[in-house]
Design a protein around this ligand. Structure first.
Ligand code: PBG
Length: 332
């Protein structure tokens, strides 16, 4: 033939051979496990749209965090389900707010488990938006618009109170313009110069958040989030979002959701030298669970394949509701 025949299959011939040449390895150190915390006692309430995920009151949280630590998962991401909501999301920056209480609780039990606090107002506002709303009249109609700059001060208060409670990382998910700069400045002024910001830099206005919004009842009461979250059709805009966050002082860049946005994960990995975080969101999790419950797919194989793909795309860290399952499977 004049040239050597290609034998790509030579390097796939045995388990040992495949293990030796594997390019992407998923480990438990890659995972962050989200936890939903709520006020009250003796609550471990299943979230119906997310089988295997619960709301926990603090007195029922110990078993969950003990298991997470025992599995070797390095971090949890806290979402609060507050008792009361109002126009400015006051319970998001209350010293005795649910996220602050849960942070203190977890850190006193497991000082080495990293606690990441989600910084957003949407779970805490009665209108369900991620920032403050400015209501005004336009053509005889009352309309509500996000007040970007007024929201920043409240997000800073939330971030600082989370850091005061002992959070190790602040993860702002609100998508207001300038939030990284505002929060960095606020944390520094309060003495938290060493607390990193994991920025939800590229967050799409996605339908994959459906089960999560049901879980924390944060569906907007009017309008949608399209004026602050990104259009799923855009990729160059993701670069502008990420670049702004890098300049403002972000320490890690998140892409959310993950599955439909693998190209964005790769882009950020190639363009910036910060760790890239992929958020494997609620809808992605629930689709696998639903199909697995029907017996249509192999849950373990599909989950590990998806998580490996996110890493291959460039994610250094993956936030996933499957963290505990995946940690168990990887250890087998
Ligand atoms: C709050 C927030 C959302 C998610 C994480 N933080 C919902 C949203 O923006 O509507 C979604 C997480 C998931 O779907 O798993 N801003």
């Amino acid at each position: 033939m004049g040239f050597p025949t290609t034998r790509l299959r030579r390097l796939r011939s045995s388990i040992g051979m495949r293990n030796m040449v594997r390019e992407t390895v998923l480990t438990v150190n890659d995972f962050i496990m989200p936890i939903f915390v709520t006020h009250g006692t003796n609550i471990k309430e299943p979230i119906s749209s997310m089988p295997g995920v619960y709301h926990f009151s603090l007195d029922r949280l110990n078993d969950e965090v003990d298991e997470i630590v025992q599995l070797g998962i390095p971090a949890v991401l806290l979402f609060g389900v507050p008792a009361t909501k109002d126009a400015i999301g006051s319970s998001s920056f209350d010293t005795n707010g649910i996220v602050q209480e849960a942070t203190r609780h977890i850190k006193s039990r497991h000082p080495h488990l990293l606690v990441i606090a989600d910084t957003c107002l949407c779970q805490f506002t009665d209108h369900g938006h991620c920032g403050l709303i400015h209501v005004h009249e336009k053509n005889g109609h009352q309309i509500g618009e996000i007040d970007n700059d007024a929201s920043l001060a409240y997000l800073v208060k939330a971030a600082v109170s989370q850091a005061e409670a002992g959070a190790d990382i602040i993860a702002p998910s609100n998508m207001m313009d300038g939030f990284v700069h505002a929060i960095r400045t606020g944390l520094d002024e309060a003495g938290f110069t060493n607390i990193p910001i994991m920025s939800y830099a590229v967050k799409y206005a996605s339908s994959f958040y459906g089960p999560f919004r049901e879980a924390v009842s944060s569906t907007p009461q009017f309008g949608d989030r399209k004026t602050y979250q990104m259009d799923p059709a855009n990729v160059r805009e993701a670069l502008r979002e990420a670049e702004a966050d890098v300049l403002e002082g972000a320490d890690m860049l998140m892409v959310k959701p993950a599955l439909s946005y693998m190209d964005i994960i790769r882009l950020l990995k190639d363009q910036f030298d910060l760790p890239v975080v992929a958020y494997n969101v609620s809808g992605e999790y629930s689709m696998i669970k639903a199909a697995a419950l029907q017996g249509w797919i192999d849950e373990r194989a599909v989950t590990l394949e998806m998580l490996t793909s996110m890493k291959r795309a460039g994610a250094d860290i993956i936030i996933t509701y499957s963290a505990k399952d995946a940690a168990r499977w990887l250890a087998e």
